[in-house]
Ligand binder design. Sequence first.
Ligand code: CA
Length: 225
Amino acid sequence: MRTPAAPDRSRFRVLVVEDDDTIGRHLETGLRSHDYAATWSRTGTGALAEATHTSYDVLLLDLGLPDVDGLDVARTLRARHPGLLIIILTARTDDIDVIAGLDAGADDYLVKPFSLTVLLARLRAHLRRRTIASPRQQPISIGDLVLDTTARRCLLHGKDIPLRPKEFELLAVLARQAGAAVSRETLMAEVWDENWFGSTKTLDVTMAGLRRRLTHAAEASARPA
Ligand code: CA
């Protein structure tokens, strides 16, 4: 059995934003017992304040908060901290809520109820991917599109196209194998979790977002100035 090297989790700071006492305490305790530095906030306002004086690696964010909309918290913290890993915890299972969450800057989501084991596996996969030091790589060019995987920039005709982290990773995998068919399984394994056997809806949603952004950028650049 392959056992990938685990990143040093003790240095990962996780901010849990959850107004449900049972879930919040369970997450805080569970994360701490697995060597994460976890802090629990019951409100969105408290989380925003907390994130201004401490630098977090991960945000576990409940969407239904008593004071502000969780989506606003995601948007605000995504704008302030581009490298923050944001995982939405939601009881909302409608596609529209998932899309709204991902569009607000979340990298991933878990639908309640979920087990601590699943959350920990998801965290390990995300953090391992971020921890793997990638050597300086040459930008990938496909036609007028340039993908700089080191600087994490996507340019069309020299203009930046803002992409969410998962959209960027998805495009990078596809760009490296340009012209070849890439299976859903490969994409899920490369961009999400090698142990992911669940729904691939998150892939569809991210792919749709990526297509939308690239199409908008292409249309904007084709328009006469
Ligand atoms: Ca809630």
